[in-house]
Write a protein that binds this ligand. Structure first.
Ligand code: SF4
Length: 589
């Protein structure tokens, strides 16, 4: 069987009728490489215009790419849906074993629609789908408990993944996440709430299909070459040794760390939250997504004392990375690394996106300091930067969604600020809470214009860090550079390759990869395809009400008040960058 043959099947599951069927859709994989290219086409086809993101008609789409399970770092899976947080495109990528499990089960994509009458989980194999009762799992304290129970009941063979939600997803927090393999997540934009709205507690996928290649010799030669480059790369070595928190020290030195709701850009004791310090104090092991030799996932251990038993502890493994340390450490002014790990653990337990939750908590702290909210609204919790104990209680209350304040904050920081005020320091762009880079204007143009409003869309933060002579001369040139990067990343998201490998997967290498997979394509055709996938995403966003017109894009004043790593940020620069990005998107629509 050729690799593309395995990727022609799309599995459709209807939770309302407990039925499923498969369709042959080789067009999604031959012409669009799978991944994001396939997912956006399926989203356009199956998400009716104006659909309620928490209604049965909103589809959940998982999609893998032509390179999945074949090449190093082609380890990610794309999820697409209409986002309950932003009201338009929802896209999230996760590693772990999910992508390989889907391909090994014989599918290129899975589309889930409808709503179950009571909590269920799905068990997906090459033979189809079993619908299992999940009423006993609904409301379990930790999402990994549900996964353990499912694993013990469904002993399926081959590569297996268990995607599941926690209490945040069950309670429809608009930035709830879906966890895969405990340490990886579809974190951003509220996929967990879409699961919850469908009464879908978990999805187990497993398979043991083998991929036969027509030219094994050529494949082996290319694989070995890529593997060799990855394992010799100094950057990958850095990610292996320290993980993504390796960036803490340099961002702090540049004055680019968002601290205490971006009222500061350095935290006293930043070194305590550096990757080196986390590794020294807590690192117990590294793990990797399937087919990745890098192992950038760093697991620390914390000991939690039993309340009434002296000298009794449970030891909890906690996965940490830069974004978690930013959102739950720097943003909340928490400088003790043990406290940061406790906060990461509670976020993992409840199943919520750490960046969104951290930014919401940071905004709430400042809003409380300014008298916009009070302790009566938070259930008696006095928020104060640096006070981890109260943030732990705050996140518990957020997960329970008890009381009007938490229900409003559960819809995102933009929504909360529209109700209570404090818009000038509600740090969200396109309604998605900001990531941890106050590097300069390119980062913010990127957050605002990127299809997912994420730093990963177009890497504006790395443009900001260029030396003066290489930094784009005008805002328009910044936008052009970011736009080209985002278009190129659509190809990586088609395959679906981890963005850490973007330096490895040049256009020429991608061309070779596709050739081995039986898909001849030129470098120029790849560029055209990247722009067309990006245009399709933008078209979907506009269809659902998104606009890059100035009156639709609020820019929180806070980012203009605090100098960034590239100095003061001027609103005019950001506005000109957005206008140019919009032109480029529309030109290719
Ligand atoms: S570099 Fe890290 S995130 Fe990327 S595929 Fe490897 S282990 Fe997963």
């Amino acid at each position: 069987m050729s690799p593309e043959a395995l990727l022609s099947r799309v599995l459709f599951i209807d939770l309302s009728s407990w039925s499923f069927h498969t369709e042959e859709r080789s067009d999604l994989f031959q012409e669009r490489l799978g991944g994001a290219g396939a997912a956006i086409r399926l989203l356009e086809e199956f998400c009716p215009q104006g659909a309620d993101p928490l209604g049965p008609e909103n589809p959940i789409i998982f999609s893998v790419g032509v390179a999945t399970a074949l090449f190093p770092l082609a380890s990610k899976c794309v999820a697409m849906f209409k986002s309950p947080l932003t009201g338009n495109l929802g896209e999230s990528h996760a590693g772990g074993r999910t992508a390989v499990a889907i391909r090994s089960a014989g599918y290129g994509a899975i589309v889930i629609t409808g709503k179950a009458s009571h909590p269920v989980y799905l068990s997906i194999t090459k033979d189809g789908v079993a619908f299992r009762d999940a009423r006993a799992l609904w409301g379990t304290g930790r999402s990994d408990t549900a996964a353990r129970i499912i694993r013990s009941k469904d002993g399926t063979p081959g590569t297996r993944t268990i995607l599941r939600i926690g209490r945040a997803g069950e309670n429809l927090i608009r930035y709830a996440s879906v966890t895969s393999e405990t340490y990886r997540h579809f974190g951003r934009m509220g996929l967990g709430a879409v699961f919850g709205s469908k009464k879908l507690k978990a999805v187990l996928i497993s398979g043991d299909n083998l991929i036969e290649l027509s030219d094994r010799k050529r494949y082996r030669e290319l694989y070995d070459r890529l593997y060799d480059q990855v394992t010799r790369s100094p950057l990958m070595q850095k990610y292996h040794e320290i993980g993504t928190p390796v960036n803490v020290k340099s961002l702090s030195a540049m004055g680019s760390l968002p601290v205490k709701n971006l009222t500061e850009q350095r935290l006293g004791g930043s070194d305590q939250l550096s990757g080196e310090e986390f590794a020294r104090l807590f690192l117990s092991r590294r793990v990797a997504c399937s087919h990745c030799p890098v192992s950038c996932i760093h697991i620390g251990q914390i000991r939690i004392p039993y309340p009434n038993d002296p000298y009794f502890y449970k030891t909890i493994p906690v996965s940490y990375d830069y974004e978690l340390i930013y959102a739950l450490g720097f943003m909340l002014g928490v400088s003790d690394p043990t406290d940061v790990l406790y906060l990461i653990d509670i976020i993992e337990q409840i199943g919520v996106d750490a960046m969104s939750a951290g930014v919401c908590a940071a905004w709430a702290t400042e809003a409380m300091n300014n008298g916009l909210i009070d302790e009566e609204m938070t259930g008696g919790i006095r928020l104060s930067f640096g006070d981890a104990k109260h943030y732990l209680a705050f996140f518990e209350s957020l997960a329970r969604q008890k009381g009007e304040f938490y229900q409003i904050l559960g819809k995102g920081v933009s929504f909360a600020a529209s109700v209570y005020g404090g818009e000038e320091y509600a740090l969200a762009f396109g309604k998605n809470e900001m990531p941890g880079y106050h590097t300069g204007p390119a980062a913010y143009i990127g957050y605002i214009c990127g299809a997912r409003h994420s730093h990963l869309d177009n890497a504006g933060y790395s443009v900001d860090q260029k030396p003066e002579e290489k930094f784009p001369e005008t805002p328009e040139k910044i936008a052009e550079e970011l736009y080209e990067e985002e278009a190129y990343r659509q190809i990586l998201s088609g395959l679906v390759v981890c963005f850490f490998a973007r330096g490895l997967y040049t256009r020429e290498i991608i061309q070779e990869v596709l050739s081995v997979c039986g898909i001849p394509i030129t470098v120029e055709e790849l560029d055209i395809l990247g722009r067309s996938i990006l245009a399709e995403k933008y078209r979907f966003k506009v269809r659902e009400g998104f606009s890059l017109e100035p009156e639709s894009i609020p820019i929180p004043k806070r980012i203009l008040e605090l100098p960034s790593g590239r100095g003061e940020i001027n609103e005019e620069v950001i506005r000109r960058g957005i206008a140019r990005y919009k032109e480029l998107l529309e030109k290719n629509m």
